[in-house]
Each structure stands twice: as C-alpha cells, then as structure tokens.
Design a binder for this molecule. Structure first.
Ligand code: SF4
Ligand code: MG
Length: 326
C-alpha cells in the first residue's frame, strides 16, 4: 500500500548567530499509511513542531531544510516551489495548530473565512459556498452554525474555535491532517471532545492523521503507531500497543512513567530529570545521555542508530546492542 506521506532523512537546521547550528530535526524518516493515525510524541523542544512545519515547507530563516526527501502519495514534493506548496497545503495536507486564534483572522467573520476557503477549493457560487460552510460547521458540532457564521473569532470559546479549524481543514478534503498539540490550550473536558471529533472526522473522510503531542495519554487513546522524538531524532517507534506494553528506550520509559495511572503513585509524575538540551548544544554521543538513568561509557562517545532488525519496533539505544548498529 502506498504511503500517504513518506519522509526520508529529513534534516532541518537553524543557523544561529556566532556560527552555532541548531539541529532541530536531524535525519528523521517515517511513513504514514492511508487511514493511519501516527503520533509524534516528546517534550517541547524535541523537534516535533519543526518536523511538521518542514513537511509543510513553512520553515523560515534562519531555519533551512538541509536534506532529505518528502513524498506525498507517491509524488516527490521536496523541491516544490512556494506556489506549488500553497496548492498542496490547501488540497492535500491540512494543519491544525495549538492556538486557533493565530490561524484565524480576527477582523473577518467566521463565515467570511470559511466561505473563502470553500470557494478556493470547490467550484461553488457564493450562495452554495455559504450553504456548504454552514453544513461543515454543523458537522463539527456547531449547531448554531448560521449565527456563528456572522461572529468574529474572539466571540467564540477556544473549543469552538478549534471546531471551526477542523471544519476548515476538512473543507478541502485533505488526504493528510497534521494536528500540532491541537488541544493543549483547552480545558481538560473540552480536550477529549475535540480529539474525539478529530478522530471521527478522520474516519469519516478517510484521512491519515499525524498527531503531535507531548501527552502520552492522548497517544494511548488515539494513535495506531507512535514515534518518540528526542533531540531532533526519532528514538523509538512501534505500534501503540507494543510501545505501551514494552517500551525499550529509557526516554520512552520515562515518558510512560510520568503518565498518571490509577495503580500508580501520582508522585511519580515527571520522573525524567532535567530538561531537553538546546538543539545547538546536544551532548556528544547519545543525545539523551545527560538525563539517562542507564547511561554507560560508550553513550558519551557514540550516538546509536535507530535499529532496523525488528521491522515492527525500532529503538535508538546502546542497551540493545544486537539491534543497534553504531
Ligand atoms: Fe541511555 Fe545510553 Fe541508551 Fe542513550 S544510548 S538512552 S544514554 S543507555
Ligand atoms: Mg511544539
């Protein structure tokens, strides 16, 4: 089955002052199949958002895609120009951000904005586009759709704004939806509603979903497969069941330990000591070596590669020497 998205050896670096280079995304590869939900998980600063923005070609100076290949539904889009990418972003890939206020224009009504998007993608009259926009708003659970069309973004709650963003995303029938921390800014009770809605829309419109989150609880509930990111690299990848059952990488184990579960002492929250090192100052060797409870001598000098021996479960750690080449 052809992947919806295939990323090969993607590198995105930021060239900072004083000649420093931040290797925000450093040689990541992955695939997403049609209909699949893949979670990209890690703490903030691990390179998740930069990965998504790189796929969308939304990286600005001093950032630059240094290498790699991005294939969308079999087409190599790596060297697409700005105009071609605008088309891709409208038709094939939609993105939902953490804070919908930044994606919505505060001076136009919801109706203006959603109708404009609909008209850009579908050959519809203004009247037809208006009807379609109302239909989409109802589809995402906004029952007062006609009224909301006349309202401005600031008049809606955060949850309603995110519903509007989902409506806009599905209005162009994308094959891939990228959601970057879509519920982080919302109340806990609203978070689940929005994630359920996204999941429902994903199934209904048969999209693939790249779900970026720092929340392992979200991963366990919605993802089919998980990629754990640390220091600009993927350090573990497996199906969600395998990853939750038998995490191999010490970083993944730490993330899972921080999950509040009923049978666990809540005091164990946040068991990974320290913070993600800045991307211009990774330690030599394994990038997790400054925080790893299992760090060994060779971890300081050699950065392990992602294993390939087991096609279902990849890990980047010297604790698994038979699986990892140097
Ligand atoms: Fe820890 Fe070493 Fe494995 Fe890195 S390679 S995660 S430092 S044991
Ligand atoms: Mg982020």
């Amino acid at each position: 089955q052809q992947a919806v998205l295939q990323v090969d050896n993607l590198k995105t670096y930021f060239h900072l002052e004083e000649g420093k280079t931040a290797k925000a995304v450093d040689d990541i590869s992955f695939k997403i199949s049609p209909g699949e939900t893949v979670a990209l998980v890690g703490e903030s600063g691990s390179g998740k958002s930069i990965s998504a923005l790189s796929i969308m070609q939304l990286i600005n100076k001093p950032g630059r895609i240094e290498g790699g290949k991005i294939t969308l539904n079999g087409k190599d889009i790596t060297n697409y120009n700005a105009k071609q990418m605008t088309k891709i972003r409208g038709n094939d890939i939609a993105m939902i951000f953490q804070e919908p206020m930044t994606a919505l224009n505060p001076v136009f009504t919801i109706g203006n904005q959603i109708t404009e998007i609909v008209r850009k993608h579908k050959n519809m009259s203004r009247q037809e586009a208006h009807q379609h926009a109302v239909h989409l708003l109802k589809l995402v659970g906004l029952s007062r759709a006609e009224e909301i069309m006349k309202e401005f973004p600031h008049q809606l709650s955060g949850g309603m704004r995110q519903r509007v963003m989902i409506a806009m995303a599905i209005s162009c029938d994308p094959m891939l939806l990228i959601a970057d921390e879509p519920t982080t800014a919302l109340d806990v009770t609203i978070q689940a509603q929005i994630l359920d809605l996204m999941n429902e829309m994903k199934e209904r419109f048969q999209m693939a979903l790249l779900l970026i989150t720092h929340d392992v609880g979200v991963v366990s509930q919605y993802a089919d497969r998980v990629m754990v990111m640390y220091g600009g690299q993927i350090v573990e990848e497996a199906t969600v069941d395998v990853l939750l059952e038998s995490p191999k990488h010490p970083y993944t184990q730490g993330l899972l330990d921080s999950l509040p579960m009923v049978d666990k002492d809540v005091n164990r929250l946040g068991t990974i000591k320290g913070t993600v090192p800045p991307a211009y100052d990774f330690p030599s060797g394994c990038r997790f070596s400054t925080r790893c409870p299992h760090v060994m001598e060779k971890c300081h000098s050699h950065n392990p590669r992602l294993s390939t021996s087991d096609s279902e479960h990849h890990v980047r750690c010297h604790l698994y020497p038979s699986e990892v080449k140097e």
